[in-house]
Write a protein that binds this ligand. Structure first.
Ligand SMILES: [Ca+2]
Length: 392
C-alpha cells in the first residue's frame, strides 16, 4: 500500500482545556482583621484514556497539569474514536460553580468532539472532585479524505465562587471556526465562505457534497432562483433525526403553489418551504401516509432577510425564524423519500432530477445536520446568521 495514502487519511486532534476563575476575586469577603485563609485552587488532577478503537494513535501521552489539560491523537479511519476521562478537583477552601464553558474547534468537520458530564451551572464544593468525559472521533459519515487533516479544540471552563447565585445549567456547545454548532454538521453551504462558482456550491461540511447548480445564478454572496426551473441538487440525505437551516430572502410568492427552500420530499421526506404565504416545515408521516405541516405563525414577507431553522427528533419539531422559535409535538413515523431522491435547494427533487416547487428569491446559506439540534443550539447558529447577514 502506498504510504502517502496512509498519511493523507490521518487526522490529528488536539485538545487544550483550561480552567479560569477570573471574576471570583470580586466576590471574596474579607472580614475584620482576620488573616485571609481562604484559598482558590481548582485544577485538573487526572486525565486517563478509558476506551479507544484500534485506528487511534496517541501521539503524546495526555497531560493534566494544573489548569491545563491536553492530548494529541491521530485517527486513521472513519468511525475511529477515543474517550478520555478527566478529573477536576477543588483543592481550595471555597465552593465553586461553573459560570461558563465555551468550546471552539478549528473547523475540521471530519473530527467531532463530544463532552459529557460537565455543564455550566455545575457546582464543585471545596475538597470535591468531579469527572467528565471527552470523546474525539473521526466522523463515520466521511467518505473521502478531508481537505484539512488537523483539528484543534479549545475548551475554557470558568469557575466562580459559589455564593448561591443563580446560574442556569446549560449544556456545553462546541462551535466550529464559522461560529456554528459542530456536532452533526454534515453539509454546510455559504457562498461568502468561498469555493463556489456558477456550477458548484461548495460543501464546507463533513460530507463534501458540492451542490450541482442547475439554473440558479450566482450573485454576490447568494444564488438567485427565478421560479422557473432553478435548482441546486445535493445528494441522498435520509436521516431519522435532522436539522435543516437556510438563510434566504424571498422575491415573490405565488399563493397557489409551494415554494421549496430545501428538502427531499418526493413521496416521503422532509423540507422547509412556503405554503399559504407561511414558512413551514413539512414532514412525511408514514402512518397517515401524508405530510404533517408545521407553520410559522406570521406570514412570510418579501425582500426580507430570514434565517430559518427546523429540527426533528421523533417527538418534537422546532421551527425558528430570525431568533424566535416555535415547538410542536410530532407524532407518527417519519417516512423517507422514495427511491434515490436527493436533497435539493430551491426545488422539489424526484430521484436526482428537479420537477416542481420552484423558489423565487435568493439563498445565501444552507446547513444539514444528521441530528436534531436543541433550541439553544439553533439559536447559536441563528445568531451567527443574524450577524453575518445583518438580519433585523
Ligand atoms: Ca430559470
Amino acid at each position: 500500500m502506498n504510504k502517502k495514502i496512509i498519511i493523507l487519511s490521518m487526522c490529528i486532534a488536539i485538545l487544550i482545556m483550561t480552567i479560569g476563575y477570573s471574576i471570583f476575586l470580586s466576590n471574596i469577603k474579607i472580614n475584620g482583621t482576620a488573616n485571609i485563609t481562604s484559598t482558590w485552587n481548582i485544577l485538573f488532577t487526572k486525565i486517563e484514556q478509558i476506551s479507544k478503537t484500534s485506528g487511534v494513535v496517541e501521539k503524546t501521552p495526555p497531560k493534566a497539569t494544573g489548569t491545563l489539560a491536553t492530548f494529541n491523537i491521530g485517527v486513521n479511519y472513519p468511525g475511529d474514536k477515543i474517550v478520555y476521562e478527566i478529573t477536576v478537583t477543588n483543592e481550595g477552601s471555597l465552593n465553586a460553580v461553573i459560570n461558563n464553558i465555551s468550546g471552539t474547534d478549528t473547523g475540521n468537520n471530519a473530527i467531532y468532539y463530544k463532552i459529557e458530564g460537565i455543564n455550566k451551572g455545575d457546582k464543585l464544593g471545596h475538597g470535591e472532585s468531579k469527572t467528565f468525559t471527552v470523546e474525539i472521533g473521526y466522523n463515520s459519515e466521511v467518505t473521502k479524505n478531508p481537505e484539512i487533516l488537523t483539528s484543534e479544540l479549545t475548551i475554557d471552563i470558568t469557575y466562580v465562587q459559589d455564593l448561591g447565585q443563580e446560574i442556569i445549567v446549560e449544556p456545553t456547545i462546541i462551535t466550529n471556526k464559522y461560529g456554528l454548532v459542530s456536532n452533526g454538521l454534515m453539509s454546510y453551504y455559504d457562498v461568502k465562505n468561498g469555493g463556489s462558482n456558477s456550477d458548484t456550491w461548495k460543501d464546507l461540511g463533513v460530507l463534501g457534497i458540492d451542490g450541482k447548480v442547475d439554473g440558479a445564478t450566482l450573485g454576490d454572496n447568494y444564488y438567485s432562483f427565478d421560479r422557473s426551473n432553478d435548482c441546486i441538487l445535493l445528494d441522498k440525505m435520509n436521516y431519522p433525526n435532522i436539522t435543516l437551516e437556510i438563510a434566504t430572502s424571498i422575491n415573490n410568492i405565488t399563493p397557489s403553489i409551494e415554494h421549496i427552500f430545501i428538502g427531499n420530499f418526493q413521496v416521503g421526506g422532509y423540507g422547509i418551504l412556503i405554503g399559504n404565504n407561511k414558512i413551514e416545515f413539512a414532514l412525511y408521516n408514514s402512518e397517515k401516509k401524508g405530510y404533517d405541516y408545521f407553520y410559522y405563525n406570521s406570514d412570510a414577507l418579501l425582500n426580507t432577510m430570514y434565517t430559518i431553522s427546523t429540527s426533528y427528533n421523533e417527538s418534537n419539531v422546532i421551527l425558528c425564524v430570525n431568533g424566535t422559535c416555535q415547538t410542536y409535538e410530532a407524532t407518527g413515523n417519519l417516512g423517507y423519500p422514495s427511491g434515490n431522491t436527493v436533497m435539493a435547494i430551491g426545488c422539489n427533487p424526484e430521484g436526482n432530477k428537479k420537477i416542481a416547487g420552484y423558489f423565487n428569491g435568493n439563498i445565501y446559506s444552507a446547513r444539514i445536520y444528521n441530528r436534531a439540534l436543541t433550541k439553544e443550539e439553533i439559536l447559536v447558529n441563528q445568531a451567527k446568521d443574524i450577524e453575518e447577514f445583518s438580519i433585523n
